[in-house]
Design a binder for this molecule. Structure first.
Ligand code: HEM
Length: 384
């Protein structure tokens, strides 16, 4: 790994600051893409789909050829309105705030079970024992997958993070498609009260969803619904380590917990960048990007733009409104935002209530996972 890549990976926020100051709209020759670092410009790129599309069809055939095929390429994440609006409606309902609230007792029970499993050990890895299993069990149950298969889902994500090897990626995709297809066939025969059975029985203009469309939903929801929330929970603990004065304030006043979680989501967004493609020649930040280019909008940088957020690198529990871009903006605004916030609140409050006199162990420093997109740490050890 070159030292520049290492700095980008392990200290992304320093790199973002330099880019905001020196080249906020930047052409990256090596990766043949444009990168956007400042708040107003990132916000525009992720919401103005008439210029910055989610669909890679605008890339030249030559550039499309070089893309690593991904299971999510046919998912709603890669569509623009009006097609996107129709597909999004199919999955909106179980993720609306009212539906999500009804999951609270089940999420609390999962959190309690996970804490109970480690209590007698006197130590735990926040990531492996808590932040990872909690959201994967929740989303698997919602979709209808057996939660015991969670290690399979994890291995897909671990193998796909930062993959540059097409052969390896194809192998993972094959495994995912095989797993999902088997599951879809089973649910077609015996529908249950779960999201996949609901999608199987849904129709678009009188036609059922195709296998490819169903697989796209499975892949998107199982990945988007766990690794992101795992990172919100993990990054919350990481932030308590980084800003030790915050914990006593949270313990004294539990009502501050949602404000703390919102600041963690701003400071360390689980998804650091999203990708768009210029549908037409586009002016942004004083530069002109030709049509048919790939554009990375760096949310992680926008959220620390001092022009938008005072003391941007600090946690401010009184920051209102907190207009971070971590859940995106506009038509693609994150479907799972209410669920992710609820899971994080339950995970933290139950941990604080049940683990007395806990502290971070000094023996191993956590490392950021090696991904330019997902932002979280590999481990976080605590004793109690
Ligand atoms: C329960 C957990 C979650 C689920 C089920 C979920 C699901 C989704 C889905 C399905 C989309 C696509 C929406 C669309 O195209 O209409 C989406 C978008 C997005 N999600 Fe989430 N998500 C979750 C948690 C998170 C978290 C914790 C973050 C970051 C803190 C996040 C960040 C985003 C972003 C940035 C987008 C917009 C992508 C874009 O504009 O290209 N998600 N999410």
């Amino acid at each position: 790994m070159t030292s520049l890549t290492k700095i980008r990976q392990q200290q992304p926020y320093k790199w973002y600051q330099t880019m905001r100051e020196t080249s906020p709209v930047h052409y990256n020759e090596k990766e043949d893409c444009w990168e956007i670092f400042t708040y107003d410009e990132v916000k525009r790129v992720i919401s103005d789909y008439s210029h910055f599309s989610s669909d890679h069809k605008y890339l030249s055939a030559d550039k499309q050829e070089k893309m690593i095929r991904h299971i999510n390429k046919d998912s709603l994440l890669k569509m623009d309105p009006p097609e996107h609006t129709v597909f999004r409606k199919l999955v909106n309902q179980p993720f609306m705030p009212k539906s999500v609230e009804s999951l609270e007792p089940r999420i609390a029970a999962i959190a309690d079970d996970l804490l109970q499993a480690v209590r007698s050990k006197g130590r735990m890895d926040i990531i492996e024992d808590y932040a990872f299993p909690l959201p994967i069990i929740v989303i698997a149950e919602l979709l209808g997958f057996p939660p015991k298969d969670r290690d399979i889902f994890k291995s897909w994500v671990d193998q796909s993070q930062n993959v540059k090897d097409e052969k390896k990626m194809n192998e993972v995709q094959k495994q995912m498609i095989g797993y999902f297809m088997q599951f879809i066939l089973q649910r077609r025969k015996q529908p249950q009260n779960d999201l996949i059975s609901h999608l199987i029985s849904a129709d678009l203009d009188g036609e059922p969803l195709s296998d490819k469309q169903l697989i796209g939903f499975c892949g998107l929801l199982i990945v988007a619904g766990h690794v992101t929330t795992e990172n919100v929970i993990g990054n919350s603990f990481l932030s308590l380590k980084e800003f030790p004065h915050i914990l006593p304030r949270l313990l004294e006043n539990k009502a501050l917990l949602p404000d703390f979680i919102e600041e963690v989501i701003r400071l360390r967004p689980s998804i650091q960048r999203v990708t768009r493609y210029t549908a037409v020649e586009s002016e942004i930040g004083g530069k002109t990007i030709p049509a048919g280019e790939k554009v990375y909008a760096w949310i992680g940088s926008a959220n620390r733009d001092e022009k938008k957020f005072e003391n941007a690198d600090q946690i401010d529990l009184g920051r209102k409104p907190n207009q971070h871009l971590s859940f995106g903006q506009g038509s693609h605004y994150c479907l799972g935002a209410p669920l992710a916030r609820l899971e994080a609140k339950i995970a933290l409050s139950h941990f604080f209530e049940q683990m007395s006199a806990w502290r971070f162990t000094e023996d191993q420093e956590p490392n950021l996972v090696p991904s330019p997109v997902f932002h979280g740490v590999d481990r976080l050890l605590v004793e109690f």
